[in-house]
Structures are given as C-alpha cells and as structure tokens.
Design a protein around this ligand. Structure first.
Ligand SMILES: [Zn+2]
Ligand SMILES: [Zn+2]
Ligand SMILES: [Zn+2]
Length: 478
C-alpha cells in the first residue's frame, strides 16, 4: 500500500462534525463516507512518514492526536478546525493540567480510558457518532437521552473493542445494528447527580476553557476543598474524603517534594469536585487562605520544633522529648511581636510558641505565675497589688490562679471563696463540650455562681484534657 500526499487534497465527500463527537468516531465516519478504510485515512494524515500507523494506534487517536497526526494535513483533508480536533480528543484536558509536548506520556488519565465501546443507542440512532466522554471510566449514562450507557452488543452480548469496530453503528461480531433499544432493556440512570457533576466538569475540560492548573496549585486546591474550606490544614478531615487516594502523594505535590513525576489522577479530581460540591470554574477561581498554605507547608518543616520540651516546673513531662505537640501553625502578631509554630504540652497544657529568633516562649503565662506564687502569698493582696506583683492584667492572673487552684499546688486560699471544684459541675462541663457547645456558651450558661467558679472548672485538668483532645488529638496536624 503506497499512499502519496498530493499536496493536501480534500476528500471527495465531506463529513459533518457533531459537537461532542470523538475524533475516532469522526474519522471512522469520514472513511466510511469516502469508501476507504480507517487505516488508509489515518495513514494519509500521519505525522511520521517513516512509521505506518496500524490497528494498535487506533486507541491513540482520541488521546493526543498531535502525537500521531500531522494536524495541518488532518485539517486540510477533512475540513475540521483545530478547535474541533482539540475538542474531539483529550488535548485540551491535557493542556489544562500543563501537559504539552510529552502529553501522550502523561498518566493523568491512566486507568480512566475504556478499551471497549460504551454507548447510547439513541445517540447512535440519531447519527451523532460516539461521544468522546463515553470513553471515560465514570461516565455511565447519556444525559441527553437520560439513558444508561451500554457496554456490549444487545444482540450477541459481546463487548466491542475499539480496534474491532468497522462501522460505527454495527456490532463487529454479529453485524447487527447498535441503534434502537430492545423492549426489555432497563436503562435507568443511577446516581444522576454524580453523573451530572462528573460530566459537566469533564466537558468543561474537554472544551478547553482557559483554565490552567499546575500540579502544586491543583494539589493545594484539592486539599483545601477536602479540608472543608477550613483555614488550617487538618489531615483527619482530609482523610474522610480521600476514598482510597494517597494523602502522601497529594502532600508531595502540594509541597513540591515529589521525587517522581506521578500525576494526580483526573478521576480523583473529578470525584473530589463532586464530593465537595464544587464546579470546575469555582474550583479554579478558588482562593486558598495564606493560613492554610502555611499550615500545609509547615507540616513539612516542624521537625526542628521537636527538640523542645515542656518547661513547666510542676509538669511530669518536663524536659521529656515529644512532650510538646504542634498545633495550628498560624503566624500571629501580638503586641508587635511575631510568634509562630504553636506548641502545647500534652500533660500540663501549657502553650508555647517561638518568637522571631526561634526562642521558645510560654504563651499561657502559667510558668511565670507559678514562680510568683512560689515566692509570695497573694491571699491578702488586693487587685492593684496583684497586678503590680504579676506585672500583668487581671484576666491572666485569674486564669493562672484558677489553674493552680484546681490542681491544689499551693496551700492556702489563693482564689477567694472558690477553692473547691465540684465533680458534678465538671461532668456537666464535659458533657456540654461533647455535645458541641462552645466554651463561650458554657461560660455564659447558668451553671456558674460567678466567673471565678467557672474559671476553676475551666482550668481543671479533666476539662483541659477534654478541650485538648477535641482540639488537637482529633485534628492532629500529621
Ligand atoms: Zn444519547
Ligand atoms: Zn453483536
Ligand atoms: Zn508540660
């Protein structure tokens, strides 16, 4: 067989392209309309003159046609436009995710493209050809005809491989027509909403809107939406939506610590868009808060904080490794000072952070209060004297005193009149927390005689543990 390119002639019969149709389908119809074989047509437009296209190349047509065809020849011969060629293949999809010259090697759609024909009999009956989306795993129905896609011939029941197709609306095994539904066919669509979101987003990608995602941006947006759009990264929240996908893989992309170039799967992207109820355009336009990115990136760089341990003199974990656990990584500027890398002791609940010179600073003021209480008897002091003595405001003093009072670390009355915790009140506090009441709701509830009584229970080890577990253990940073 010798095919000569005669300076790009048109074919005798021009074939009309249907919106949504796959290039394979279009070229098959074109070959059929002109009375030539598909392989002959493919070879008339092949890219590499020295390489004759064969049956095995058929599956490449719809993926990234530039890699096997000379697009100028293709366009000239058939009358398709370049945008038709792009839309009838996954070219735009690959471009959206940043693949270009080596796009055919991209594994973006690995395990996502079907080898056998899935089809809507009504579309075929109307002469619309094969829709490109039918090739994609996860596309299970035709939204136009509200019908489940068929996998295989209704007559002989055999599956139809793309290589074997001769005429697009006939079964290559039994030569029966693939159009028209048999009377007992039950084609109801399941998961209509999933199908709708999946196909709408996929269609947007195929149509090649001007969206562009690089893998870091994509991973960060996926993680942020799986984080339920909360401002601080919480792996436990994200894990709920992973559906078997690898968190490590996403984190490596998000932090740019990838060692191999394994792509994020498009199937996962589309499923996530659905599970987080977000459409592709909003996903693209989504702004990720700085706090989220910081917390995400910091998960990677908190190792050095592990050298530090709790410094509270009364704490059993004092000086022990891993006594401090990282909490949110927000950077906070307080009274002109910048703090970062917040840590909390799992035993005494003292909170720490680092100043700009990476010095560990206790943020709860319990340690300094402890030192003062050790030296001074404050029970006879009035407020101005206490404020002078602690060199801080009333509120931190009241909290610290309640904290130590609840632990009975100092003899004598340090919290006037309210030195005893009540087990029943502690229980009520904890059940309110478990119910999901906020601390502020509990503070203003009718449980308390006065503020000091509330503080005494709020800073009791049992309640502090409950708050700590709720805040940091359930939503551990790693
Ligand atoms: Zn249809
Ligand atoms: Zn058949
Ligand atoms: Zn401690």
């Amino acid at each position: 067989m010798k095919i000569k390119d005669k300076g790009g002639q048109n074919l005798p019969s021009r074939t009309f392209y249907h919106e949504g149709e796959s290039l394979f389908s279009y070229l098959s119809r074109t070959a059929h309309n002109n009375g030539i074989s598909l392989l002959l047509l493919l070879n008339m437009i092949r890219k590499n003159e020295k390489y004759l296209l064969h049956k095995g190349d058929i599956r490449r047509i719809d993926y990234y046609p530039q890699s096997i065809f000379d697009l100028h020849k293709l366009i000239k011969l058939t009358g398709l436009t370049q945008s038709n060629v792009y839309e009838s293949s996954f070219t735009n999809v690959l471009h959206v995710f940043g693949y270009d010259s080596h796009a055919e090697k991209a594994r973006l759609m690995r395990n996502m493209l079907r080898e056998t024909l899935h089809y809507c009999t009504q579309c075929l009956g109307e002469g619309l050809g094969y829709n490109l989306m039918w090739k994609v795993v996860g596309v299970d129905c035709c939204l136009l005809h509200n019908q489940r896609l068929l996998n295989g011939c209704l007559h002989c029941k055999q599956e139809i491989g793309y290589y074997d197709i001769i005429t697009i609306d006939r079964c290559p095994h039994c030569d029966q027509s693939l159009t028209g539904i048999l009377p007992d066919y039950q084609g109801q669509v399941e998961n209509w909403e999933l199908q709708q979101s999946f196909q709408t987003n996929l269609n947007l990608l195929i149509r090649g809107t001007n969206l562009r995602f690089d893998s870091q941006d994509l991973a960060q947006k996926l993680l942020y939406s799986m984080n339920k759009f909360k401002p601080v990264y919480q792996s436990s929240t994200i894990r709920e939506s992973l559906d078997g996908y690898s968190l490590t893989h996403l984190l490596q992309h998000a932090r740019k610590t990838m060692k191999t170039s394994r792509n994020i799967s498009l199937l996962f992207v589309l499923k996530t868009l659905h599970s987080q109820s977000i459409d592709l355009n909003s996903f693209f336009a989504m702004e990720i808060p700085r706090t989220f990115i910081d917390s995400l990136l910091e998960g990677n760089s908190i190792q050095w904080t592990r050298e530090f341990s709790c410094r509270a003199p009364w704490c059993r974990e004092r000086g022990k490794q891993n006594s401090l656990i990282p909490t949110s990584s927000k950077h906070v500027i307080k009274s002109g000072k910048r703090f970062s890398h917040y840590l909390v002791c799992r035993e005494c609940y003292c909170e720490y952070a680092f100043d700009e010179k990476k010095n560990l600073v206790e943020r709860t003021n319990f340690i300094s209060a402890f030192e003062i209480l050790n030296k001074q008897n404050i029970s006879k002091m009035n407020w101005p004297e206490k404020i002078n003595c602690f060199s801080t405001n009333r509120e931190p003093i009241r909290r610290a005193v309640a904290y130590f009072c609840a632990r009975q670390l100092f003899k004598g009355e340090i919290l006037h009149g309210e030195n005893n915790t009540d087990i029943l009140l502690l229980k009520k506090f904890i059940s309110a927390l478990r119910r999901g009441d906020s601390i502020s709701d509990i503070r203003h509830s009718t449980l308390w005689r006065n503020y000091d009584q509330y503080l005494l229970h709020r800073y009791h080890p049992v309640v502090m543990k409950e708050i700590f577990d709720k805040r940091y253990i359930e939503n551990s940073v790693r």
